[in-house]
Design a protein around this ligand. Structure first.
Ligand code: SF4
Ligand code: SF4
Ligand code: FES
Length: 260
Protein backbone atom coordinates (compact mmCIF):
# COMPACT_ATOMS: atom_id res chain seq x y z
CA UNK A 1 0.00 0.00 0.00
CA UNK A 2 1.28 3.49 -0.83
CA UNK A 3 2.61 5.39 2.19
CA UNK A 4 1.74 9.08 2.17
CA UNK A 5 3.73 10.12 5.22
CA UNK A 6 7.47 10.06 5.65
CA UNK A 7 8.68 6.87 7.38
CA UNK A 8 9.22 7.51 11.11
CA UNK A 9 13.04 7.45 10.81
CA UNK A 10 12.95 10.11 8.05
CA UNK A 11 10.86 12.70 9.88
CA UNK A 12 12.92 15.73 10.93
CA UNK A 13 13.10 16.37 14.66
CA UNK A 14 13.85 19.63 16.45
CA UNK A 15 17.56 20.37 16.35
CA UNK A 16 20.00 22.85 17.78
CA UNK A 17 19.37 26.62 18.02
CA UNK A 18 22.24 29.00 17.37
CA UNK A 19 21.36 32.45 18.76
CA UNK A 20 22.19 35.64 16.90
CA UNK A 21 25.44 37.40 17.79
CA UNK A 22 25.03 40.23 20.32
CA UNK A 23 24.10 43.54 18.70
CA UNK A 24 22.65 41.95 15.54
CA UNK A 25 21.16 44.71 13.38
CA UNK A 26 19.19 42.73 10.79
CA UNK A 27 17.95 39.56 12.42
CA UNK A 28 17.00 36.66 10.15
CA UNK A 29 16.09 33.15 11.21
CA UNK A 30 17.03 30.18 9.04
CA UNK A 31 15.71 26.69 9.76
CA UNK A 32 17.93 24.25 7.94
CA UNK A 33 17.51 20.53 7.32
CA UNK A 34 20.43 18.54 8.70
CA UNK A 35 21.14 14.90 8.05
CA UNK A 36 24.34 13.03 8.79
CA UNK A 37 24.29 9.49 7.39
CA UNK A 38 27.20 8.50 9.63
CA UNK A 39 25.63 9.81 12.82
CA UNK A 40 22.49 7.67 12.70
CA UNK A 41 19.20 9.01 14.01
CA UNK A 42 16.57 11.16 12.37
CA UNK A 43 17.26 14.26 10.34
CA UNK A 44 16.81 17.43 12.35
CA UNK A 45 15.93 21.06 11.75
CA UNK A 46 18.57 23.38 13.15
CA UNK A 47 17.78 27.03 13.77
CA UNK A 48 20.31 29.73 12.96
CA UNK A 49 19.72 33.34 13.91
CA UNK A 50 21.86 35.61 11.81
CA UNK A 51 22.74 39.21 11.46
CA UNK A 52 21.93 39.56 7.77
CA UNK A 53 23.83 42.86 7.62
CA UNK A 54 27.08 40.89 8.06
CA UNK A 55 26.76 38.86 4.84
CA UNK A 56 25.82 39.32 1.20
CA UNK A 57 22.22 39.56 -0.02
CA UNK A 58 21.59 36.00 -1.23
CA UNK A 59 20.59 32.88 0.67
CA UNK A 60 23.86 31.29 -0.40
CA UNK A 61 25.73 34.15 1.30
CA UNK A 62 23.89 33.34 4.54
CA UNK A 63 24.78 29.65 4.23
CA UNK A 64 28.43 30.49 3.61
CA UNK A 65 28.40 32.77 6.67
CA UNK A 66 26.93 30.00 8.82
CA UNK A 67 29.52 27.52 7.59
CA UNK A 68 32.37 29.97 8.17
CA UNK A 69 31.28 31.41 11.53
CA UNK A 70 28.77 29.13 13.24
CA UNK A 71 28.83 25.48 12.16
CA UNK A 72 31.51 24.27 9.75
CA UNK A 73 29.79 20.90 9.40
CA UNK A 74 26.88 22.41 7.45
CA UNK A 75 27.10 20.78 4.02
CA UNK A 76 25.83 22.14 0.71
CA UNK A 77 27.01 22.36 -2.89
CA UNK A 78 27.98 25.61 -4.57
CA UNK A 79 30.51 26.81 -7.06
CA UNK A 80 29.87 29.79 -9.35
CA UNK A 81 27.65 32.01 -7.12
CA UNK A 82 26.19 33.39 -10.37
CA UNK A 83 23.37 30.99 -11.36
CA UNK A 84 25.59 29.24 -13.91
CA UNK A 85 26.76 25.94 -12.44
CA UNK A 86 23.43 24.72 -11.05
CA UNK A 87 25.04 23.17 -7.98
CA UNK A 88 23.35 25.24 -5.23
CA UNK A 89 19.80 24.10 -6.11
CA UNK A 90 17.74 23.50 -2.96
CA UNK A 91 14.21 23.92 -1.64
CA UNK A 92 13.77 27.31 0.01
CA UNK A 93 10.44 28.10 1.64
CA UNK A 94 8.83 25.29 -0.34
CA UNK A 95 10.18 26.29 -3.76
CA UNK A 96 13.04 24.66 -5.67
CA UNK A 97 15.51 27.39 -6.61
CA UNK A 98 19.16 28.40 -6.67
CA UNK A 99 20.43 29.68 -3.32
CA UNK A 100 22.87 32.02 -5.09
CA UNK A 101 20.16 33.89 -7.02
CA UNK A 102 17.51 33.96 -4.27
CA UNK A 103 17.65 37.15 -2.23
CA UNK A 104 16.94 36.84 1.49
CA UNK A 105 15.08 40.16 1.47
CA UNK A 106 12.46 38.62 -0.88
CA UNK A 107 11.64 35.86 1.62
CA UNK A 108 9.55 35.77 4.77
CA UNK A 109 11.36 36.58 8.04
CA UNK A 110 11.83 32.86 8.73
CA UNK A 111 13.56 30.94 5.94
CA UNK A 112 13.17 27.17 5.72
CA UNK A 113 15.83 25.36 3.70
CA UNK A 114 15.63 21.71 2.64
CA UNK A 115 17.45 19.65 0.02
CA UNK A 116 15.72 19.16 -3.35
CA UNK A 117 12.70 16.95 -2.66
CA UNK A 118 12.21 13.25 -3.32
CA UNK A 119 15.87 12.37 -3.74
CA UNK A 120 18.07 10.37 -1.37
CA UNK A 121 20.11 12.74 0.81
CA UNK A 122 23.87 12.36 0.92
CA UNK A 123 24.30 14.89 3.76
CA UNK A 124 22.37 18.01 4.89
CA UNK A 125 21.45 19.95 1.72
CA UNK A 126 23.27 17.64 -0.70
CA UNK A 127 20.99 15.30 -2.66
CA UNK A 128 22.14 12.19 -4.50
CA UNK A 129 21.90 13.06 -8.22
CA UNK A 130 23.23 9.73 -9.54
CA UNK A 131 19.93 8.72 -11.16
CA UNK A 132 19.36 12.24 -12.49
CA UNK A 133 22.73 12.28 -14.28
CA UNK A 134 22.28 8.72 -15.56
CA UNK A 135 18.98 9.78 -17.11
CA UNK A 136 20.66 12.77 -18.71
CA UNK A 137 23.38 10.50 -20.14
CA UNK A 138 20.71 8.09 -21.45
CA UNK A 139 19.44 10.66 -23.97
CA UNK A 140 22.93 10.79 -25.54
CA UNK A 141 23.41 14.53 -25.11
CA UNK A 142 25.97 14.94 -27.87
CA UNK A 143 25.94 15.49 -31.64
CA UNK A 144 25.42 12.29 -33.64
CA UNK A 145 26.25 12.42 -37.35
CA UNK A 146 26.80 10.01 -40.22
CA UNK A 147 27.67 12.33 -43.06
CA UNK A 148 31.43 12.83 -43.08
CA UNK A 149 32.87 16.32 -43.35
CA UNK A 150 36.44 17.13 -44.18
CA UNK A 151 38.66 17.98 -41.24
CA UNK A 152 38.97 21.64 -42.25
CA UNK A 153 35.18 22.30 -42.29
CA UNK A 154 32.70 22.94 -39.49
CA UNK A 155 29.11 21.72 -39.45
CA UNK A 156 27.44 25.05 -40.02
CA UNK A 157 24.04 26.28 -38.88
CA UNK A 158 22.00 29.27 -39.98
CA UNK A 159 21.19 31.94 -37.42
CA UNK A 160 17.60 30.65 -37.25
CA UNK A 161 18.75 27.06 -36.70
CA UNK A 162 21.00 28.15 -33.86
CA UNK A 163 18.22 30.21 -32.29
CA UNK A 164 15.99 27.13 -32.10
CA UNK A 165 18.45 25.39 -29.77
CA UNK A 166 19.63 28.49 -27.98
CA UNK A 167 17.16 28.34 -25.07
CA UNK A 168 17.03 24.55 -24.51
CA UNK A 169 20.84 24.50 -24.60
CA UNK A 170 20.92 27.00 -21.71
CA UNK A 171 19.89 24.34 -19.18
CA UNK A 172 22.33 24.22 -16.25
CA UNK A 173 21.18 20.77 -15.02
CA UNK A 174 20.27 22.09 -11.60
CA UNK A 175 17.45 19.49 -11.21
CA UNK A 176 15.00 22.07 -9.83
CA UNK A 177 12.47 21.04 -12.50
CA UNK A 178 12.63 17.25 -12.23
CA UNK A 179 12.45 17.32 -8.45
CA UNK A 180 9.38 19.61 -8.59
CA UNK A 181 7.52 17.20 -10.85
CA UNK A 182 4.98 14.92 -9.11
CA UNK A 183 5.21 12.39 -11.95
CA UNK A 184 8.96 12.24 -11.40
CA UNK A 185 8.53 11.81 -7.64
CA UNK A 186 6.49 8.66 -8.12
CA UNK A 187 8.25 7.23 -11.20
CA UNK A 188 11.82 8.54 -11.09
CA UNK A 189 13.25 5.13 -12.05
CA UNK A 190 11.32 5.00 -15.32
CA UNK A 191 10.15 8.53 -16.23
CA UNK A 192 13.08 10.55 -17.58
CA UNK A 193 11.80 13.78 -16.06
CA UNK A 194 11.76 17.29 -17.55
CA UNK A 195 15.50 18.04 -17.44
CA UNK A 196 16.54 14.93 -19.39
CA UNK A 197 13.62 15.37 -21.81
CA UNK A 198 14.57 18.99 -22.43
CA UNK A 199 18.10 17.80 -23.24
CA UNK A 200 16.67 15.15 -25.60
CA UNK A 201 14.60 17.84 -27.31
CA UNK A 202 17.63 20.11 -27.67
CA UNK A 203 19.39 17.41 -29.77
CA UNK A 204 16.27 16.31 -31.67
CA UNK A 205 15.80 19.82 -33.06
CA UNK A 206 19.50 20.44 -33.74
CA UNK A 207 19.77 20.89 -37.52
CA UNK A 208 23.19 19.19 -37.56
CA UNK A 209 22.13 16.02 -35.73
CA UNK A 210 21.40 12.94 -37.85
CA UNK A 211 19.97 10.59 -35.21
CA UNK A 212 16.53 12.19 -34.89
CA UNK A 213 14.65 8.95 -35.68
CA UNK A 214 16.60 6.90 -33.15
CA UNK A 215 16.22 9.60 -30.53
CA UNK A 216 12.44 9.63 -30.99
CA UNK A 217 12.36 5.79 -30.96
CA UNK A 218 14.09 5.82 -27.58
CA UNK A 219 11.51 8.18 -26.11
CA UNK A 220 8.40 6.45 -27.43
CA UNK A 221 7.59 4.69 -24.20
CA UNK A 222 4.70 4.90 -21.74
CA UNK A 223 7.06 5.77 -18.90
CA UNK A 224 10.16 7.49 -20.31
CA UNK A 225 8.12 10.27 -21.99
CA UNK A 226 4.41 9.79 -21.47
CA UNK A 227 4.46 9.99 -17.66
CA UNK A 228 4.46 13.76 -18.20
CA UNK A 229 0.91 14.89 -17.52
CA UNK A 230 1.54 18.58 -18.30
CA UNK A 231 1.34 19.67 -14.67
CA UNK A 232 3.81 22.50 -15.51
CA UNK A 233 5.65 22.62 -12.16
CA UNK A 234 8.88 22.16 -14.10
CA UNK A 235 8.47 25.32 -16.13
CA UNK A 236 7.24 27.30 -13.11
CA UNK A 237 10.40 26.64 -11.08
CA UNK A 238 13.15 26.76 -13.73
CA UNK A 239 15.63 29.42 -12.55
CA UNK A 240 16.77 29.97 -16.15
CA UNK A 241 13.23 30.63 -17.41
CA UNK A 242 13.32 27.59 -19.68
CA UNK A 243 10.23 25.69 -20.69
CA UNK A 244 10.73 21.93 -20.35
CA UNK A 245 6.96 21.34 -20.40
CA UNK A 246 6.70 22.84 -23.87
CA UNK A 247 9.71 20.81 -25.07
CA UNK A 248 7.99 17.64 -23.85
CA UNK A 249 4.78 18.63 -25.62
CA UNK A 250 6.78 19.23 -28.82
CA UNK A 251 8.33 15.77 -28.61
CA UNK A 252 4.89 14.22 -28.17
CA UNK A 253 3.71 16.18 -31.23
CA UNK A 254 6.63 14.92 -33.31
CA UNK A 255 5.84 11.33 -32.32
CA UNK A 256 2.20 11.84 -33.26
CA UNK A 257 3.12 13.32 -36.62
CA UNK A 258 5.38 10.34 -37.32
CA UNK A 259 2.38 8.05 -37.09
CA UNK A 260 -0.09 10.17 -39.05
S1 SF4 B 1 4.84 19.30 -17.30
FE1 SF4 B 1 5.39 17.14 -17.25
S2 SF4 B 1 7.52 17.12 -16.66
FE2 SF4 B 1 6.72 19.17 -16.16
S3 SF4 B 1 6.08 19.03 -14.02
FE3 SF4 B 1 4.36 18.52 -15.27
S4 SF4 B 1 4.34 16.30 -15.46
FE4 SF4 B 1 6.35 16.94 -14.76
S1 SF4 C 1 15.38 22.98 -17.27
FE1 SF4 C 1 15.72 24.64 -15.81
S2 SF4 C 1 15.17 23.74 -13.82
FE2 SF4 C 1 15.47 22.06 -15.24
S3 SF4 C 1 17.57 21.41 -14.93
FE3 SF4 C 1 17.53 22.87 -16.66
S4 SF4 C 1 17.94 24.85 -15.74
FE4 SF4 C 1 17.39 23.49 -14.07
S1 FES D 1 26.48 28.38 -7.04
FE1 FES D 1 26.35 28.00 -9.20
S2 FES D 1 24.26 28.17 -9.61
FE2 FES D 1 24.39 28.71 -7.52
Amino acid sequence: MAEFRLPAHSRPVKGVTHAAPPGARALRTLRIYRFDPDGGGNPRLDTFQLDASSCGPMVLDALILIKAMVDSSLTFRRSCREGICGSCAMNINGVNCLACTTATRDLAAEIRIYPLPHLPVVKDLVPDLTNFYAQYASVKPWLQTRTPVSADRERLQSKEEQERIDRPAACILCACCSTACPSYWWNSERFLGPAALLAAYRWIIDSRDEATGERLDELEDPFRLYRCHTIMNCTDVCPKDLNPARAIAEIKKMLLERHS
